[in-house]
Design a protein around this ligand. Structure first.
Ligand code: FMN
Length: 376
């Protein structure tokens, strides 16, 4: 059966992924922090964006090509960095890298993914953006940058919204520990998900491979962040000096901070509340976006993520000022549901849904949607 009929939306893939992942892995993927109000706010802020449908304009042929930081992508959406990506389906990092290479989309790899930069390099073509969670030791930071560059990553993402760990209560409640331990409870959850468990057994339990070499003999490499540095302006300046290429600051919600980052040599601002996973009193990402675009003016690229689940959502974020729109969980709903085919299917849904909405508004280019915000 044509998967477009079986899974016409990302929420269909989400439902299947939920049935295929063990409880603890699902909870880690799906949860926010605290009462998860920041997760809901991101969704509500996108839902609130209305756009103008237009009539009597004849046929239009949408063109999704997106220039960004000296490159051209085939569409204005891509892959946000996600820690332990391979936990949601083994090999998800490589699957998403190949999908991004086939479709010419940006591919973000987290420092704490289950695959190291060297592991995904053969799969990602020229699409790689490396996301840095800074280790405490400065030499390790420089080494990570060298390794990412040598592996072919051209764009650096510095995540600035994780000064420390958040509590992620739902993850805790599921029995997931850091480092992950195969307790009887976790084993029982795995037993209920044989396809995931077999695939995971073949590849081995996911580990934070990029950091392993720095943590030999300790357990730190196994866990999410290990000993993590809270970035400050001095650190930012040192990383800016060390990275020869475009650099993006991810996790910005305040206009004055966006301006400060631009003035310190950051090439693009990534508006995000981290999927609602860091600070539950944060605004929805889409709530924060317009003021940041207004402060930066039209020339600084703005990247957006938060609660995007359709091509229409991509257009809504562009209407509020984004140039590129990323998804975190959405891609993992794809690989969790259908493996690599699911990754491609997510991209297919996003592109087709964008085009369908653009035809309703009679626009050929995504950025034209900025003139069609309802109420303006
Ligand atoms: C399971 C999970 C792990 C994440 N790990 C990272 C990470 O390692 N680095 C990072 O910068 N952001 C991380 N994020 C945040 C995402 O990059 C992104 O900002 C967020 O998922 C966007 O919201 P969405 O999932 O609604 O699309 C993670 C998000 C999730 C759901």
């Amino acid at each position: 059966m044509n998967i477009d009929f079986r899974y016409p939306t990302l929420s269909d893939l989400r439902a299947r992924a939920r049935r295929r992942l063990p409880h603890f892995a699902w909870e880690y993927l799906d949860s926010g922090t605290g009462a998860e109000t920041a997760v809901r706010r991101s969704r509500a802020a996108l839902d609130a964006v209305m756009l103008k449908p237009r009539t009597l304009r004849g046929a239009v042929v949408p063109d999704l090509t997106t220039p960004l930081m000296g490159r051209s992508y085939d569409a204005p959406f891509g892959v946000s960095p996600v820690g332990m990506t391979g936990l949601f389906w083994p090999g998800s990092e490589q699957m998403l890298a190949r999908m991004a290479a086939r479709r010419n989309l940006p591919f973000g790899l987290s420092t704490v993914a289950a695959a190291a930069p060297e592991d995904v390099a053969p799969h990602m073509g020229d699409q790689g953006w490396f996301q840095l969670y800074p280790p405490e030791d400065m030499e390790q930071n420089y080494d990570l940058l060298r390794r990412a560059k040598a592996a072919g990553f051209h764009t650096l993402i510095l995540t600035v919204d994780v000064p420390g760990n958040s509590r992620r209560e739902r993850s805790r409640r599921s029995g997931l520990q850091t480092p992950p331990r195969l307790t009887p409870r976790i084993a029982a959850q795995c037993a209920l998900r044989p396809a995931w468990s077999l695939a995971t057994l073949r590849g081995g339990m996911p580990r934070v491979r990029a950091l392993e070499r720095y943590n030999e003999g300790t357990r730190a490499g196994q866990i999410g962040l290990g000993r993590h540095r809270a970035p400050d302006p001095d650190f930012l300046a040192r990383i800016r000096d060390a990275w020869d290429g475009p650099m993006v600051a991810k996790g910005v919600l305040l206009p004055d901070e966006a301006l400060m980052l631009r003035d310190k040599g950051i090439d693009a601002i990534w508006v995000s509340n981290h999927g609602g996973r860091q600070f539950d009193a944060a605004p929805g990402s889409a709530t924060a976006l317009p003021a940041i675009r207004a402060a930066l003016g039209p020339d600084v690229p703005v990247i957006y993520d938060g609660a995007v689940a359709s091509g229409l959502d991509v257009l809504r974020a562009i209407a509020l000022g984004a140039d590129m729109v990323m998804l975190g969980r959405g891609w993992l709903w794809g690989t969790g549901a259908l493996g690599e085919r699911g990754a491609d299917h997510v991209a297919h849904i996003l592109a087709e849904d964008m085009k369908s909405a653009m035809v309703q508004m009679a626009i050929t280019r995504p950025e034209e949607v900025r003139e069609l915000l309802w109420g303006e």
